[in-house]
Design a protein around this ligand. Structure first.
Ligand code: NAG
Ligand code: NAG
Ligand code: NAG
Length: 440
């Protein structure tokens, strides 16, 4: 009898859902996802607020919506002349880019709540962490044969592998990420940049002789493979202090030697990043990812994001072969209009510039929950902070060394997640995180 009732209710409910979909004309793409009216409303409101935001701040960019509540196309004006061509195919960059807002809000929220430094506890807790993962983070890891000799593997990683995360989400307040674009020489942002709590730079970007434009402060430096191989040179770039160096590639024998012998006294870590697919490969985006994982707010300087770029230049050297400036500009504008970052550039130079029409926190949060449901992400819409964990491991009692006075936002976050450390699982974004729960 119970069962029959239930079946009836299910039949009725799906019947109503079908009628509702028919009446409102919602694309039946969604009919099996069972989002509520409010949830559809949130996605719709996000899309329309996002479109207004892009029009108001994008310097000619437009976000064209499709019927699908998640999809928008970032469109440059038809008279835009693309200058960059793919070195492999010779093809010029396109003038329109599709973005999925639902994926973006869900993904970046996960980044904001995760730890992005590779640690020993992560490798230990990851199933087959040493056999399947650790050796891949070592240059010539193939020779290590899946860390058959774990001692040897650990030796190679020891200089860059802290036991536990050195930073927690939202640990820092206002952060600035400084790119290397030649645009930086058009505006004297130096003083403004120095007012941030944390300044994050990239690769071999010099400070000396450019302080008027790029500021003097430096807290972190994110390095790609090329720069990390000259770790000693990089460590000299900031004479008045010690930057923490974050390497986004494998640890190299040469680097190991330099750290031991040079002697480089900077803290050096490897970055453990989420995987975004092809849209997010450059150092610039990785630096934003790192910043978003440790800061309350993130501002961006020195990226090529204004119309009319002539060639890809760096502020400290001749024109270099860069990559996809229009695609980058579209992606950064998307991030700004999702409330993740604020862009500063020669054409948006007022320090008090307000990003108009940014969707409110509550709207983004509602749209994020709807998106997670739509994408069927683990833990979607749950109040339970650990619902998105697909691998949960208890860890021994830990104390955060070096984190003396966490800010209010960081403390609140720690309370929300009950002190759990969340790590992204590469290649399985949305299908859970690795969570280390403190033992009580
Ligand atoms: C593993 O590597 C260590 C450090 O290089 C070495 O001392 C040890 O002999 C190796 N063990 C085996 C079984 O090869
Ligand atoms: C700064 O300028 C001086 C004088 O031109 C030069 O010797 C020095 O190498 C420059 N420093 C950097 C980091 O470019
Ligand atoms: C991320 O953390 C914040 C607290 O800092 C919390 O309100 C939010 O629900 C978390 N999001 C997810 C997807 O766990």
């Amino acid at each position: 009898m119970r069962l029959l009732q239930l079946a009836l209710i299910v039949a009725l409910a799906s019947g109503f859902a079908a009628i509702f979909i028919y009446i409102t004309g919602v694309s039946n793409l969604y009919d099996s996802y069972r989002l509520s009216d409010e949830e559809f409303g949130a996605l719709q409101a996000l899309q329309s607020s996002f479109q207004k935001c892009v029009s108001a701040n994008g310097l000619g960019l437009q976000a064209v919506a499709s019927k699908d509540y998640c999809q928008v196309t970032m469109q440059f004006p038809p008279d835009t002349i693309p200058k960059w061509s793919d070195p492999k195919t010779g093809e010029l960059e396109g003038l329109s880019y599709d973005v999925n807002l639902c994926e973006a809000v869900a993904t970046w929220e996960q980044v904001r709540n995760s730890t992005t430094i590779l640690t020993k506890e992560f490798i230990d807790a990851l199933p087959r962490g040493w056999e399947d993962y650790a050796w891949k983070r070592i240059n010539k890891g193939i020779q290590l044969n899946h860390c058959e000799n774990k001692t040897l593997c650990m030796e190679k990683l020891s200089l860059v592998l802290p036991e536990t995360p050195p930073y927690v989400p939202k640990q820092f307040g206002k952060c600035a990420v400084i790119g290397n674009s030649g645009d930086l020489l058009k505006t004297k942002f130096g003083k403004e940049i120095d007012t941030y709590d944390v300044v994050i730079r990239e690769n071999g970007a010099p400070i000396e002789n450019y302080t008027e434009y790029v500021g003097q402060k430096s807290t972190f430096r994110l390095l790609n493979r090329g720069s990390a191989k000259a770790l000693d040179k990089v460590a000299e770039l900031y004479e008045s202090g010690k930057e923490t160096l974050i390497i986004k590639t494998t640890i190299h024998d040469i680097m190991n030697k330099m750290i031991r012998e040079a002697p480089i006294t900077n803290p050096v870590y490897l970055m453990l990043g989420a995987s975004f697919g092809s849209s997010a490969k450059g150092t610039g985006l990785k630096a934003l990812e790192f910043a978003l994982s440790i800061c309350e707010s993130v501002d961006m300087y020195g990226f090529t994001v204004d119309p009319g770029y002539k060639e890809w230049t760096r502020y400290f050297s001749e024109s270099r072969q860069g990559h996809t400036p229009l695609h980058g500009r579209a992606y950064y504008q998307m991030m700004e209009c999702l409330g993740l970052i604020k862009i500063h550039s020669p054409m948006r130079a007022g320090p008090k510039r307000v990003v108009k029409w940014v969707p409110s926190h509550s709207l983004i949060s509602a749209a994020r929950i709807a998106s997670e449901k739509l994408l069927r992400w683990l833990g979607a819409g749950s109040e339970e902070p650990l619902a998105s964990c697909s691998i949960v491991k208890k860890q021994v009692k830990r104390k955060y060394t070096g984190i003396s006075s966490l800010g209010k936002a960081a403390l609140e976050h720690q309370k929300h997640v009950k002190g759990t450390t969340m790590y992204p699982l590469e290649r399985s974004l949305g299908h859970g995180q690795l969570c280390l729960v403190p033992a009580r």
